[in-house]
Design a protein around this ligand. Sequence first.
Ligand code: SAM
Length: 240
Amino acid sequence: MAAERTQPGTSARTGVVWEVLVGGLARLAGSTGGGALDVVDLGGGTGGFAVPLARLGHRVTVVDPSPDALASLERRADEEGVSERVRAVQGDLGSVFDAVAKESADAVLCHGVLEVADDPVEGMGAAARVLRPGGLASVLAASRDGLVVARALNGNVAGALTALHGPTPRRFTEDALVELVVAAGLDVVSQHGVLLFADLVPTAAADDPDLIELELATASRPEFRALATRLHVLASRPGA
Ligand SMILES: C[S@@+](CC[C@H](N)C(=O)[O-])C[C@H]1O[C@@H](n2cnc3c(N)ncnc32)[C@H](O)[C@@H]1O
């Protein structure tokens, strides 16, 4: 029997990204006149997004350097009955074109990967080149400003100041993330903050069913989103 797993859309940790992504894919599928899209999930790990996307009917290629993560992905895809729509390829941002052709995808996911890339500018550029004209990029990265807030609220005021004044490698401000996306030749479609309250509320409130609604209601508002733990940018490749 398929293992019960929390679906991204029902979790306060992933709900915002899922809503934004699925909305973007639905609009794209509508505008291309088709249903199933070609999606590449760079650093897609164990398939937390890839498998649910395949369940929606999309064809997903996951490129990840970790054989263990890919093995878990394949098991998960099998359990969910979507193996024929999920391709697992060992590789990384630097070797992505060994695994997928340039301009071959309708959408590319780059979630939690720019933080671990040797060169985020190169990595984002490679992600953008995977896309066909008109394709969508979903970029999720750890926030520098969210780290400042989290450290201060944990009583680590000196650490908050260190994060604020930087350099803070592997963390991005909203402006820096947008700059990366634009430098890769993409147009920003929307910006959201992910995990503002879910990472700040006391443990007792972590399972509060209203938490996802609060995350969704605040995620796009500039006064909240810049302080979230992660930043999400949806962007499109011009020229469709
Ligand atoms: C934080 S996890 C994110 C997994 C998934 N994208 C998610 O959001 O749940 C980072 C993933 O990136 C992979 N990774 C590490 N270095 C990478 C690189 N240079 N290029 C592509 N993926 C990489 C890791 O194996 C891991 O699966």
